[in-house]
Design a protein around this ligand. Structure first.
Ligand SMILES: Cc1cc2nc3c(=O)[nH]c(=O)nc-3n(C[C@H](O)[C@H](O)[C@H](O)COP(=O)(O)OP(=O)(O)OC[C@H]3O[C@@H](n4cnc5c(N)ncnc54)[C@H](O)[C@@H]3O)c2cc1C
Ligand code: SF4
Ligand code: SF4
Length: 1019
């Protein structure tokens, strides 16, 4: 089968592959390695992985250094600049304006090792941190003190504090708290000459001040220069810097001199590092001030018939001590209503709402939420243009509204095809009182350019996220982008706003900054830059640029010019091959489009929630994120990597094999980059080229091996325990000797069922009929879970049959990328099951990965080929998929557990269980069922917030993957040990094996259905 589009092979022969001067870079890398303790990566893979961020830009750096400490940062800067190569510090790389795209730079990735919280002083509400700490991880550390770091960018689950300082980040609560510069009290930074500066408040004209400025070093020069510039340009600073809650463009010359809490006039160079986007130095430590976390909040969401009315009410909202004022428009509502993931959240929004303003109230400013909302209701509803309000007081009701608000970007970025709502002028900010007029004028600009956009985000601070829909693979789209930026920056200037109020200047906006600040301040910016970095080594051309090589700064082209049309990730020259595919990619727009859906947002580097991406969490390696894999695949199909690189041993083992295929990204990636599917397809093509390994073939056919093992049991079990047997398994099959292999049972589940005489509930007496799928693990190694499923279903009045004519599900073959085999099995099973399903039977699974195989992957494997005319609107594969259920899902979906006779349904009467869900079921939104059933039969359940267990089918058995598998599992193990539960249950066979293998385990934990069956009368 092939996907639609122009079919070619994997080969990128016809594409140009540009290579930088390899010899020069080899020398630089060698010198770096001799001076730096952290890893130095200068190969093509590293350059591809660090060529992009969350923006529309892309350009390869010289290489990447992962400093371990300040000395490494100093050494890296000295060596790189000694070779004439500029420096670019980087955190997560989630920037939206191209701040972490540095053509030819040495990237210093401080997120890898320099990520500690060094000290928390709850009394003083201060914390000292290294730059690579993720903001949510910092907040987790602060939670026990009731404190948090106030700036809350939407990306806080992966964005680093260093990156937040670099970009002067902020979030929905800027109305209440302001932005990062207000909370950065001091920084330690390494400058471009390798010197270290402690930037903090220094009282002007104090003895300390006199001592500093009397020196003849770089620090003294900085204090003198910055002070003089601020004095000299005081009037311009007053006139040109807009009076806004958020102003991120340019350097913070308006913040660097101020009156401190003691009424003294101070100069604090730390405020200049904030928003400098890595252009003044590398921050290696920061002292942050903190705020208390409000105990409670409430929301009121006002609905309007048009956007302008909503915008007119923003200044009114600000009169009421709100902590956030957020906008959503009807485009967001429409997209949410059409999506599977967000439809439920848009349901409460009344018809006719073309815009909504969401006001948040917190308990530090309000002691009576109802009274506060009553007051705004009067202004918005009774006297104002709002026609409805949704009030949310509970945490879950508020979460739902925030989910809808935050759905905007993922929904917009998931638009199919090449035209996309791209960020380039998406965070322009104007005074809130101007918003109504500004929006109308913005709309006119979009009309002039034949495009449109959705309107949403932080209306209370005057920042609207407006992303015009353009095709940046075409010249015309790129020119439109430039022209829209010109027009919008003019418009923003008319309103005395800021070109960026949130995401920074980067490659998107630096070109336009002189227009915002005028000649004098623009020159002052260049003087600031030159004082900190005389040779313009630090991320040159960002925030400020030089008009020519003769301009202030070095006698070179470094930092000359800025044009937001340059260094685009795509552009008119971008080409990619659309490979022939075995899986059906029609719904994804093709293989290439699915790869290109990765916009670099970095959510796959999130550290503490959801499933995606377990391998990154365990390794902290960019290549082990979904983004890293997508970037590598994009490079392979677009010619950025050499021809046939995709089939190299290295690409297979480093890029693809470490993806455990958990499917977390299918649901957690905002644009649905389904790497498990991409990997399976790519591995399949690789097997066609290079053949599959013995181990891959063994695991793909694990059903046959297990059948034999079971027939020969107990001999087969002893054989694996013989001295030297593990060594043989390791050397012949590459199976980790640390692993216990699942035992083979002489009596299979099918044997047991036959021996007991089949179903205990006759078809006539039953409300429902079930075909229980005899999966390999349950049938041959762990029949107890299957027996429990049979007994429970029967106790609920279901007629059960275990068929003996099924093929293996194909899950193992699919995971190994042996799609021919997986497809044959899918075909055989659909042929077997479709007529029975049409006859009213349901197909139920003990093993979640097999259930999801039927529910999801079979559609991809069989796709259009299965569209056999059957008189109905659904194809056989769809009918089988729709009738396939995990066993707990089945009980829950039809409330069959309510038929069960259990001793006591009171919460906790049956004991306390912790529950580890299967990642495939989490990815397909099927994971909540087991918890619901367990609770209803009397268990108190602690659902663990875990990702993949790390075993992932056969992955954890692989010798070379054992350590990573254990590292992934360690988070699960910790949660199990920390849980107050009596024991853990897990539906996945491999999860149970992984849990059983941990040091603290006595045995393999049970399947949840065993916990249910245990309560049945007579058990
Ligand atoms: C979907 C999405 C939503 C977003 N929402 C928000 C939002 O609500 N608010 C917001 O403000 N931003 C938002 N952003 C932008 C971005 O996530 C934030 O600016 C974030 O704080 C950047 O953190 P990072 O670790 O990714 O930094 P990076 O992108 O790695 O770096 C940011 C800048 O800081 C510099 N830098 C990094 N580390 C250092 C260091 N140690 N020393 C000196 N300079 C350094 C870099 O050179 C770069 O210029 C969003 C991005 C995405 C993709
Ligand atoms: S894979 Fe998805 S989550 Fe990760 S960066 Fe790309 S779009 Fe974002
Ligand atoms: S399938 Fe799992 S391991 Fe692979 S990229 Fe997606 S989230 Fe990461």
């Amino acid at each position: 089968m092939t996907s639609e589009g122009t079919h070619a092979t994997w080969s990128a022969q016809e594409l140009d592959v540009e290579r930088p001067d390899a010899a020069e870079y080899r020398k630089l890398a060698g010198d770096l390695r001799s001076r730096v303790d952290g890893r130095v990566a200068f190969d093509e893979y590293a350059r591809v992985l660090y060529a992009t961020d969350g923006s529309i830009y892309g350009a390869q750096p010289a290489g990447v250094v992962f400093p371990t400490d300040v000395a490494d940062v100093q050494a890296a800067i000295e060596v790189a600049t000694g070779h004439g190569v500029p420096i670019l510090p980087r955190g997560t790389g989630s920037s939206l304006a191209g701040q972490t795209v540095g053509p030819g730079c040495v990237v210093l990735d401080v997120s890898r090792h320099m990520d500690d919280v060094l000290d928390v002083d709850p009394g003083a509400k201060r914390a000292r941190v290294q730059p690579g700490v993720v903001q949510d991880d910092l907040d987790d550390c602060l939670a026990e003190h009731g404190l948090k770091f106030a700036p809350d960018p939407a990306s806080s689950n992966r964005a680093t504090v260093g990156g937040g300082i670099g970009n002067n980040s902020t979030g929905a609560h800027s109305v209440r708290y302001g932005i990062t510069d207000a909370y950065t009290e001091a920084v330690t930074a390494v400058l471009s000459d390798g010197s270290v500066i402690e930037a903090r408040e220094v009282v002007i004209d104090s003895p300390e001040w006199e001592q500093i400025v009397a020196g003849d070093d770089r620090e003294a020069d900085l204090y003198r220069t910055v002070h003089a510039l601020v004095e000299e340009h005081a009037d311009e600073i007053e006139a040109r810097y807009p009076d806004l809650k958020r102003r991120v463009s340019g350097y913070n010359l308006d913040r660097v001199v101020y009156e401190n809490d003691d009424g003294e006039r101070v100069l604090n160079l730390a405020k200049l590092f904030v928003g400098a986007e890595g252009t003044l130095g590398v921050v290696v430590e920061a002292e942050l001030s903190l705020v208390t976390v409000p105990e409670e909040t409430a929301l009121a969401l006002y609905c309007f018939e048009n956007l302008t009315d909503a915008m007119r009410m923003v200044p009114v909202a600000l009169e009421y001590d709100v902590s956030a004022v957020e906008l959503m428009d009807d485009e967001v509502f429409r997209l949410a209503a059409e999506s599977d993931g967000y439809a439920e959240y848009v349901e409460p929004i009344p018809d006719g709402a073309e815009a909504a303003l969401m006001l948040e109230f917190d308990s530090e400013l309000h002691d009576d939420f109802e009274a506060a909302i009553e007051a705004t209701n009067e202004r918005f509803l009774d006297e104002g243009p709002a026609f409805d309000v949704l009030e949310a007081y509970t945490e879950s009701a508020q979460d739902d509204l925030w989910k809808l608000r935050k759905a905007a970007i993922p929904l917009l970025m998931s638009l199919p095809g090449d035209p996309k709502p791209y960020p380039f002028i998406e965070d322009a900010t104007v005074p809130p009182e101007d918003l109504a007029e500004y929006v109308e004028q913005f709309e006119a600009i979009l009309d002039d350019h034949d495009t449109s956009a959705a309107y949403f985000a932080h209306a209370g601070s005057g920042t609207l996220h407006i992303r015009p829909i353009l095709n940046l693979k075409e010249e015309v789209g790129i020119e439109a982008m430039h022209s829209i930026t010109e027009a919008v920056t003019d418009l923003v200037l008319d309103h005395h706003g800021s070109f960026s109020g949130e995401h920074g200047d980067g490659m998107a906006r630096t070109e336009f900054t002189p227009k915002m600040y005028g000649d004098d301040l623009w020159t002052a910016f260049k003087e600031v830059k030159t004082a900190f970095d005389p040779e313009w080594w630090m991320h040159p051309g960002n925030v400020v640029y030089r008009e020519s090589a003769a301009d202030i700064g070095p006698d070179s082209e470094r930092g000359v010019g800025a044009d937001n049309r340059e260094h685009l990730r795509y552009g008119p020259d971008y080409q990619s091959v659309e490979p022939q595919t075995e899986l059906d990619f029609a719904e994804d727009g093709g293989f290439a489009e699915l790869v290109e859906r990765c916009n670099g947002c970095g959510t796959c580097r999130q550290t503490d929630s959801d499933v995606m991406c377990p391998t990154y969490r365990a390794s902290k390696e960019e290549v082990q994120t979904t983004r890293g894999r997508a970037n590598m695949l994009r490079a392979a199909i677009s010619g950025d990597l050499p021809e046939d690189e995709i089939h190299s041993e290295r690409f297979q083992s480093e890029v693809l094999d470490l993806c455990v295929g958990c499917k977390g990204c299918q649901s957690d990636c905002p644009t649905g980059v389904d790497m498990a599917k991409l990997k399976a397809e790519t591995k399949h093509r690789h097997h066609e080229e290079a053949g599959a390994t013995l181990r891959e073939r063994l695991f793909a056919d694990i059903d046959a091996a297990s059948k034999l093992g079971s027939a020969l049991a107990p001999l087969s079990n002893w054989a694996t325990e013989l001295p030297g047997a593990r060594k043989v398994l390791q050397s012949v099959f590459g199976i980790a000797p640390e692993r216990e292999l699942p035992p083979f049972r002489r009596e299979t589940l099918q044997d047991w069922f036959e021996n007991r005489g089949g179903s205990a509930v006759s078809v006539i007496d039953a409300d429902r009929r079930v075909l229980l799928f005899p999966d390999t693990y349950t049938n041959y190694s762990y029949p107890a879970a299957g027996k429990a499923a049979v007994r429970t279903l029967e106790a609920a009045g279901v007629h059960v049959t275990i068929p003996d004519d099924t093929a293996p599900s194909g899950r193992a073959a699919f995971s190994a990328g042996m799609l021919d085999k997986a497809g044959e099995r899918a075909r055989a099973n659909v042929d077997q099951f479709a007529p029975r399903v049409a006859d009213g039977w349901d197909v139920v699974f003990v093993e979640p990965s097999d259930a999801v195989m039927f529910q999801d992957e079979y559609r991809d494997l069989l796709g259009d080929a299965s569209r056999v005319a059957d008189g109905g609107s659904r194809t056989p594969v769809e009918r089988v998929a729709d009738s396939a259920y995990g066993v707990c899902e089945y009980l829950d979906a039809f409330r069959l557990d309510e038929n069960l006779s259990v001793p006591n349904r009171s919460p906790g009467a049956a004991g306390v269980l912790s529950y580890h869900g299967h990642c495939n079921q989490k990815a397909t939104n099927k994971d909540h069922h087991a918890v619901g059933v367990l609770r209803r039969v009397g268990y108190d359940v602690d659902p663990l917030d875990t990702t993949c267990c790390g075993m992932a089918g056969s992955f954890g058995y692989h010798d070379e993957h054992y350590d990573l598998s254990q590292a992934i599992g360690s988070r699960l193990f910790e949660q199990v040990e920390d849980s107050p539960a009596d024991r853990v249950v897990a539906p996945g066979g491999s999860c149970r094996s992984q849990l059983g293998d941990r040091d603290a385990a006595d045995d393999i934990p049970p399947h949840p259905i065993e916990a249910v069956a245990k309560l049945l009368d007579g058990s």
